[in-house]
Design a binder for this molecule. Structure first.
Ligand code: XMP
Length: 519
């Protein structure tokens, strides 16, 4: 084991090919004390990569065959002449294989947890056992590694899970799995080993600081009132508290009740925000939202309608209050999953990202102080700011609310079924002390019906899907292994308390390939 260290340079460059996880890689490297930066590959081809101690080639929604010959040639000669350490992850791994004479095959997908066997000891896998759990999320794979490459690990399906290319004394690695994702149990060790080899492990790991955020908020809204859209969730509460520090009495928190909240949530939110030191203007807009949603089936259409209505309501409040800026608690996963990170593909339009229309932004400036952060980083800030534990520990709740948990045609009746069933799920988890260990727990209802038997008669009823997931940041997730007696209790409560239900199902698919919310 052991490899020559390259000269220490100026941090780590993550070349972004539009994958979902580039920013997560950045974050992990930052946590390990490196100084990472992300750049889109089209820019990298113009500016080059010299000057960085290491380069990480990230994942992508593309296949390597979608890159043009010109692009492939430019990338190949750039990496060939580069003297630092290189790590290709997922798409990056396949790209390295393709660039140096190997072949990549389509249709050999692996999603979710997988185990890999280490075939050959290498510094990269220092601290790994012979077999470890990793997280896979790929459709293509390396069929034949380049001549001379060492296969360092293989997956249970015999796929090349890690390889090392012959490139003089410097390390050039590819890994098919995602070391940046928490489900890869020794992922952090692998990244640390890589940084150590690159001589890039000790730098200025920058954590988000309250003072810096407050300072830059002040610079962005020099005068006038400032609105802060609050929902009672940790993101918007933290964003609003930072804004209060920046703007004092100029800040007007606004809570829009869109009628898509959980049971009893509006009152609860106002109480909790009060404890946090925020007294929001409450806008009761339930009828406006729900009448526009009724009968709509498409998820993206509904998200668009909610985003638009949200913008209208906030615009009216801004006019009334004389505000020219709006603070929102948008976090990084909202941005990347809405296709807002350059080149990434649209998974869902999170309303607070995709939905603030041009006409709104023309007269109200949108400020997003948490845009570069993940949920657990925001929770860290929340603790620092003294946000009540009840807000910090509440499950994340999507901006479009229960509307994303009604599958198919939107009706008031299905909305009520979702509301009541979700309440039952949350109640049981709270009673059994399991609420805190879940990332989210809820119910969803679609259009399919199941024939039930009540008393002596046949009755068609809803199918309620219960989803309880565990996650660190919402980007990937696994389902909670709930004991059968808890599933029994949840089912009893739903069939007893929600009218018109004849089947309860439990969702066991991980993210990926599913998303957490059904819509
Ligand atoms: P998905 O369903 O995309 O969800 O796997 C990932 C996380 O994001 C939340 N989510 C949203 N949050 N606005 C939000 O503020 C939205 O439009 C939205 N859609 C999904 C979801 O609840 C999960 O925690």
């Amino acid at each position: 084991m052991g490899t020559a260290r390259p000269e220490a340079g100026e941090g780590v460059l993550i070349i972004d090919f539009g994958g979902q996880y580039s920013h997560l890689i950045l974050r992990r490297l930052r946590e390990l004390g490196a100084r990472p930066a992300i750049m889109h590959y089209s820019e990298v081809m113009r500016s080059g990569i010299s000057g960085f101690a290491a380069v990480v080639l990230s994942g992508s929604h593309m296949s390597v065959s979608e890159l043009s010959d010109r692009e492939l040639e430019a990338l190949r000669s750039m990496i060939e002449s580069y003297r630092g350490a290189v790590l290709g992850i997922c798409f990056g791994h396949q790209l390295l294989a393709r660039l140096f004479g190997g072949t990549v095959e389509r249709g050999c997908q692996e999603y979710g947890r997988a185990s890999v066997r280490i075939a050959e000891g290498d510094w990269l896998f220092r601290g790994w056992a012979a077999e470890e759990q990793v997280w896979m999320s790929h459709g293509d794979c390396v069929k034949r590694p380049p001549a001379g490459a060492q296969v360092l690990a293989t997956s249970g399906n015999g796929i090349v899970a890690a390889m090392k290319l012959k490139a003089g004394g410097r390390p050039v690695y590819g890994v098919q799995f995602h070391p940046e994702v928490r489900h890869t149990e020794k992922g952090t060790e692998l990244l640390r080993n890589f940084l150590e080899m690159a001589g890039a492990g000790e730098g200025a790991g920058e954590a988000a600081s309250v003072d810096e955020i407050v300072r830059s908020l002040r610079m962005e809204a020099m005068d006038g009132a400032v609105l802060a859209a609050v929902s009672g969730g940790v993101d918007s509460t933290v964003a609003a508290l930072l804004a209060k520090m920046a703007f004092g009495k100029r800040l007007r928190p606004v809570f829009v009740d869109h009628g898509l909240l959980r049971e009893g949530e509006a009152e609860e939110v106002v109480r909790l925000l009060g404890e946090a030191g925020l007294e929001p203007i409450v806008v009761d807009a339930g009828d406006r939202f729900i009448s526009r949603l009724e009968g709509l089936s498409g998820c993206e259409e509904r998200r668009r309608v909610i985003g638009e209505e949200f913008a209208r309501v906030l615009y009216e409040v801004a006019k009334r209050e004389g505000a020219r800026a709006l603070v929102q608690g948008t976090t990084y996963p909202d941005v990347v999953e809405s296709g807002g990170s350059r080149g990434s593909s649209l998974i869902k339009s999170h309303h607070n990202v995709g939905g603030m229309p041009g006409w709104f932004r023309e007269s109200v400036r949108v400020l997003e102080p948490l845009r570069g952060l993940y949920k657990d980083e925001v929770r860290g800030l929340a603790v620092e700011l003294g946000v009540p534990g009840e807000i910090i520990n509440r499950h994340p709740f999507p901006g479009p609310g229960l509307a994303v948990r009604v599958i198919g045609r939107f009706t008031r009746e299905k909305l009520e079924a979702v509301r009541k069933a979700s309440r039952a799920v949350e109640d049981v988890l709270r009673e059994k002390g399991l609420y805190g260990s879940a990332w989210q727990a809820f119910a969803a209802v679609g259009d399919d019906a199941w024939v039930g038997v009540k008393g002596d008669s046949r009755e068609q009823g809803h199918i309620v899907i219960v989803r309880v997931v565990e996650s660190a940041d919402g980007m990937t997730a696994g389902y909670a292994r709930l004991p059968y007696d808890i599933l029994d209790e949840i089912t009893r409560r739903i069939t007893g308390e929600v009218g018109g239900v004849s089947m309860v199902a439990y969702a066991v698919t991980t993210k990926p390939p599913s998303t957490i919310e059904p819509c």
